[in-house]
Design a protein around this ligand. Structure first.
Ligand code: PLP
Length: 450
């Protein structure tokens, strides 16, 4: 490629091994090396600005230079920058954050456990469930149910939980990780089936899977309220209402993976509230620090918290933890981020501008290759097809979604190709005028590419 010797791009390509990056595109176009951000824009080493319609990776929701967040982290850094949360020791700020998370959660009470990422948090819950069932005299309860198109992370267990084909590259999933149906009505409904009938069929399939596997071999089920990396898939109508009683019937805990949906993305503080999941625990990350610090948190509802505390006491401890989990810098910035989201108008803004965002998606849906536009709050996708009527997918060799994303990047817009969809998840501070600009660029880009 044309990047000059010793340019940041060349230096990146010689020194960085990129994950989740198409290496052919990288070799052709080079990386985008960034220096700073302002509001919803980031700037590269050449001074070019990009509107980030993905909020970093769903997490930079308060803007890239929020002074309150910067001050919170700096103040904490001056006072007490780092400490672990083991052996009965913890930073005061982390205790305050735990109280706040429980207050914000849909639970009456509970306890919080900290990690550095969403993957680690989901992985940790798997170990929590395994230990809990073992201590409760059911050591055979080890199987984990997730769903096709789910994304729960990249560790060995959470990649096994993720329902994406690329994990075959690692010989995953491991045995004992089961994938139930994906509640994507547009893609998987049978001809003539209503949305409710579809949800009920999926629930029946789930119950059949549980019975076939043996109900007392299932440790738990994990669900994203809206599947994110699977291509922004809100649940079909009545889906969670249909599966919830089945899980209760067989004593299977439901874990809501709210790594994307937590803290306002859907227009509600929790996707679990929006879609009435009634989970036993919530896994949170991403927006918890508005992207200013790596942090994952497991919010255990009261019942699960009590059961785990008893199990841990019987085992003397919960033998698991991350050196930097609950780090005070992360805790301080999380406390501030939650305040900004809850009381400084961010959640309110998501609700205010969401209709404009959904209108924009519908505008794109008029394109002859747009099969479905779907979204909720400030998360959305347009799924591209070869033929609107048959929903036949595009020829994968043409890499149309990648080409759209690359072309949009040239025009100064960051969006994400995911499978056959273009995915958007702008920062919570986005204005209606910026939303219009975002869709203008996308419309123009789609006209260029097709
Ligand atoms: N769960 C969901 C729903 C996610 O979207 C992600 C990341 O995108 C994860 C888990 C994994 O989080 P992390 O990348 O912080 O490990």
């Amino acid at each position: 490629n044309e990047h000059a010797k010793n340019s940041w791009e060349q230096r990146d390509m010689q020194s960085v091994f990129h994950g989740f990056t198409d290496l052919e595109t990288l070799n052709r176009n080079g990386p985008v090396v960034l220096t700073h951000g302002e509001g919803i824009h980031v700037f590269d080493v050449h001074g070019k600005s990009y509107m980030d319609a993905n909020s970093g990776l769903w997490n930079n929701v308060a803007g890239f230079n929020h002074q309150g967040l910067i001050d919170a982290i700096c103040d904490q850094a001056r006072r007490f920058p780092g400490y672990h949360a083991f052996f009965g020791r913890i930073a005061d700020t982390t205790v305050a954050l735990s109280e706040k998370l429980i207050r914000l959660s849909p639970f009456e009470g509970g306890k919080v456990y900290y990690t550095n990422s969403g993957s680690e948090a989901n992985d940790t819950v798997v170990k929590m469930l395994w230990m809990l069932h073992r201590r409760n005299g059911q050591p055979q309860r080890r199987k984990i149910i997730t769903r096709v198109n789910a994304y729960h992370g990249v560790t060995v267990a959470t990649a096994s939980m993720t329902g994406k084909a690329y994990n075959a590259e690692f010989g995953l999933p491991l045995p004992g990780f089961l994938h139930a149906d994906c509640p994507h009505y547009w893609r998987y409904a049978r001809p003539g089936e209503s949305e409710r009938e579809f949800s009920e069929r999926l629930a029946r399939n789930l119950e059949e899977m549980i019975i076939k596997e043996g109900p007392d071999t299932i440790a738990g089920m994990f669900c994203e309220p809206v599947q994110g990396a699977g291509g922004v898939i809100p649940p079909s109508e009545g889906y969670f209402q249909a599966i919830r009683p089945i899980l209760r019937k067989y004593g299977i805990p439901l874990i809501a993976d709210e790594v994307i949906t937590g803290f306002g993305r859907t227009g509600e503080m929790w996707g679990s509230v929006k879609y009435d999941l009634q989970p036993d625990a919530i896994v949170a990350s991403k927006c918890i620090t508005a992207g200013y610090f790596p942090m994952g948190a497991i919010i255990l509802g009261q019942e699960l918290a009590d059961a785990l505390t008893r199990a841990s006491a019987a085992a003397e401890e919960f033998p698991h933890g991350f050196t930097a989990g609950g780090n005070p810098l992360g805790s301080a910035v999380a406390l501030k981020a939650l305040e900004v989201i809850e009381t400084e108008g961010l959640l309110e803004n998501v609700r205010r501008v969401s209709p404009r965002f959904l209108d924009g998606l519908n505008r794109l849906a008029r394109h002859k290759h747009a099969g479905e536009a779907r979204g909720v709050g400030l998360m959305g996708a347009v799924e591209l097809v070869a033929d609107k009527a048959t929903k036949a997918p595009l020829d994968g060799r043409l890499q149309i979604p990648e080409r759209i994303a690359n072309k949009a990047l040239e025009k100064g817009l960051i969006c994400r190709p995911l499978g056959q969809a273009i995915v958007l998840g702008p920062p919570f501070i986005i204005t209606e005028a910026q939303i219009d600009t975002m869709f203008d660029i996308l419309e123009e880009t789609m006209a260029d590419v097709f």
